[in-house]
Ligand binder design. Structure first.
Ligand code: F0G
Length: 458
């Protein structure tokens, strides 16, 4: 008999989680203005809000925490981290930051000016925010196929080379760099192929431009290259990662994802001029160059996390769990962005709550319904997150309206996946009775989804 698949780790420490009643959840949801970010975590049974900073560190990482050197300058822990990053990415210069958006802030302060145009593949909201707040434009060049949630192609996160070529032909004098997000979070945790990274490199070279990888989930991207792209099956994740980074000039990193730490980030680059430019902003925004917003102990844990999570077994365990949940949704006929990506299921809310008009935010409505059903907290990656057009101030309804269910790394078991799937099925079964959504009563100009206040119309 073939042995079943099982995790590549065992559990050494547990954290109790609490169930609640529907009545309690209705009250809490109302108090939170129907914004799931406003809930207290103890009001949540299974938390799928994000895979960012929510992973479980390993015994080796916790042991490394004890070795943290908290010296203000020249910390040994910084050099441990830098050496690991040098080895995994091939980038020589490293600037630690307190998280991914801080890396964006520091690097973009040097590179992005009013009127700049930054082409990329579905820029993440903080990335877009840091571009737009500088009166610059984030130009989305993702392949059109990414918008068809039911289409199964292996690298749905790719940049469309034709769109990128056109963007550069028209705007090259205003383009400070191209940014490629691996994996493409907003399009559903979808990977970018090595072939596509090569195409981006060729176009960048043609116009003399540099390429930044937004690398929050670079290890998951490498896993998909290994398992889906011809020629990579026999390469290690570390070899694939090195090849991916060899096609770029620098990276911004939210270490809270594939670094498996609770807080942290960095910039890395092969170019001294970028390093010198970014340095000037690191010191006032983040801190001195050998800590940049991170504790010594966290830099130690990150060095170990990066090493562990660029090993195949760890990634296989993780992706297997996400695929297990996707398999249950397949059984129940619930539509999501296919094939399932690396860190989350993105339920296609437009296709589930077909009676809720887009002006009433179907994905947010589905997120609320799922929470009320079972205390499972997901996150809207849709029309609310898309913010308003900076010029017309109209809501942007052009993209997808998804309910993202993130799976934290090494945290929940497959039984929790069964609960999530069953709760979603219960909502799905009464989808035709859900005809109204929510209305915005208060919002901020940028990144409104964190603090938006909503009124329930059902
Ligand atoms: N880039 C990508 C692709 C991300 O997914 C995120 C964060 C960031 C940059 C910013 O990093 O949070 O460390 O400042 N994504 C989280 C999420 C918040 O839930 O997807 P950060």
């Amino acid at each position: 008999m073939e042995l079943p698949f099982a995790e590549s780790w065992r559990i050494k420490m547990v954290e109790p989680i609490k169930k609640s009643t529907r009545e309690e959840r209705e009250q809490w949801m109302k108090e939170a203005d129907y914004n799931l970010f406003q809930l207290r975590s103890e009001q949540v049974y299974i938390d799928c809000l994000t895979d960012s900073g929510t992973g479980a560190m390993s015994d080796r990482q916790w042991a490394a925490v004890m070795m943290g050197d908290e010296s203000y300058a020249g910390s040994t822990s910084f050099f441990h981290l830098k050496e690991t990053i040098n080895k995994i990415t091939g980038f020589e210069y490293v600037i630690p930051t307190h998280q991914g958006r801080a890396a964006e802030n520091v690097l973009f302060s040097h590179l992005v000016k009013a009127g700049s145009i930054v082409p990329g593949n579905s820029h993440f909201d903080t990335t877009k925010g840091h571009i737009e707040s500088r009166k610059a434009t984030a130009l989305d060049c993702t392949i059109d196929e990414a918008k068809d949630t039911q289409l199964e192609i292996p690298f749905k996160g790719n940049v469309d080379p034709k769109k990128l070529e056109k963007a550069l032909a028209e705007h090259h004098e205003n383009v400070p760099f191209i940014i490629v997000t691996i994996t493409n979070n907003t399009a559903g945790g979808q990977p970018v192929s090595m072939q596509n990274l090569r195409e981006v490199r060729a176009i960048a070279d043609k116009y003399g431009k540099r390429v930044v990888l937004d690398s929050a989930r670079f290890a998951e991207n490498a896993y998909f290259i290994k398992t889906r792209e011809e020629g990579y099956a026999d390469k290690t994740i570390k070899e694939i990662a090195l090849e991916m980074f060899s096609l770029a000039d620098g990276m911004t990193m939210s270490a809270k994802k594939d670094g498996i730490v609770n807080m942290g980030g960095f910039i890395a680059t092969r170019h001294e001029d970028w390093y010198e430019g970014a340095k000037r902003f690191c010191i006032p925004f983040e801190g001195y160059l050998t800590y940049g917003g991170m504790n010594g102990r966290d830099m130690e844990a990150l060095a170990v996390g990066l090493d562990e999570n660029t090993e195949f077994d760890n990634l296989e365990t993780r992706i297997h769990q996400v695929e297990f949940l996707a398999g249950l949704l397949d059984e129940y006929g619930i539509p999501y962005q296919r094939p399932v990506g690396g860190h989350a299921i993105f339920v296609d809310a437009d296709k589930v709550l077909t009676k809720v008009p887009k002006e009433e935010f179907p994905a947010q409505t589905l997120a609320i319904e799922l929470y009320l059903e079972a205390g499972v907290r997901g996150c809207e990656i849709g029309y609310i997150l898309a913010d308003r057009d900076p010029v017309t101030r109209e809501n942007r309804f052009g993209g997808l309206d998804l309910l993202r269910l993130c799976i934290a790394r090494r945290v929940y078991t497959d039984n929790h996946m069964r609960v999530i799937a069953a709760a979603l099925k219960n909502v799905f079964d009464r989808r035709n009775e859900i005809t109204r959504g929510v209305e915005i009563v208060w919002e901020t100009e940028l990144m409104r989804h964190f603090t938006v206040k909503l009124k329930k119309l059902f």
